[in-house]
Design a protein around this ligand. Structure first.
Ligand code: G3H
Length: 255
């Protein structure tokens, strides 16, 4: 029975690869909307994959969210000899501290026996504050390390769920609804066609930086995220999607 389950998931992986046009897909059993441990299973799959791609001195950038936090929960040393640098991909974007990229980068580094650097910036930022903050030498230095990452781990959220969780002003939520935003990643909000309809101004990795990052790893699951995942993959760069069975079935059924 175990083997037939594995075989079933590999068929699903192949179908998702084709549907979303992504190079590599890993699907774990279950629905992470219902059970927290399914996120940890995605986390374990992510760590097993990371072990196959990390190089000495790799810099790994991470975004925020509960899926990223679950990876940190199950993080283990990636390699006995080398040390890795974990950095937050962006500023806080209004999340609770345990779901912020800074916290997650520090936690991953502790468990992986690596190093970390943090990014202390308020968010969202006004244009003038943004321009002056990126000139600060300490911010500029960490920003260079972030942009020089060779691996990035990121989540995808359902647009309105994320906007509400981040206490986004009602006026912006209205804009998201009017423009039919369905997904969010890196502080960008996308519609069903994968076009950016809004972005939160924060410091760190922007969409245009993804092209130069060797491994973009997306971790997102749960039946409720099917549409959000499909939307991000219309144009978003990703080399690997790690998801769960429930999200995969939802994508194949409706998107
Ligand atoms: O950017 C996407 C969100 O951070 C995803 O959050 O993993 O808690 O659903 P989540």
């Amino acid at each position: 029975e175990f083997m037939s389950e594995i075989k079933g998931l590999s068929v699903l992986e192949k179908q998702i690869k084709e549907r979303l046009q992504v190079g590599n897909v890993i699907i774990v059993p279950g629905n992470s909307d219902k059970y927290e441990w399914v996120k940890q299973e995605m986390g374990k799959a992510c760590i097993a994959f990371l072990k196959t791609i990390v190089k000495p001195e790799s810099t790994i950038a991470v975004t925020g969210g509960t899926s990223m936090a679950a990876i940190a929960d199950v993080m283990t040393p990636l390699n006995k000899k080398n040390s890795y640098l974990f950095v937050p991909a962006r500023g806080g974007i209004g999340e609770k501290v345990e779901n912020q990229a800074n916290t997650i980068a520090a936690e991953m580094a502790k468990k992986a026996k690596g190093d970390y650097r943090l990014l202390y910036v308020p968010d969202p930022l006004s244009d003038s504050a943004y321009e002056s903050i990126i000139e600060e030498p300490s911010i500029n230095e960490i920003l260079k390390q972030i942009k020089g990452s060779s691996i990035i781990l990121h989540g995808i959220g359902d647009a309105i769920t994320m906007a509400e969780r981040r206490k986004t002003p009602e006026s912006i939520i209205e804009i998201l609804k009017t423009n039919k935003a369905v997904s969010e990643a890196f502080g960008y909000y996308f519609n069903a066609e994968g076009n950016v309809v809004h972005k939160v101004k924060t410091i760190g990795i922007h969409l245009e930086d993804l092209g130069s990052i060797e491994h973009v790893i997306t971790v997102a699951g749960g039946k409720s995220k099917g549409q959000a995942i499909a939307s991000y993959f219309k144009h978003g760069k990703s080399n690997l999607l790690i998801t769960d069975e429930a999200a995969a079935e939802q994508i194949l059924r409706d998107y």
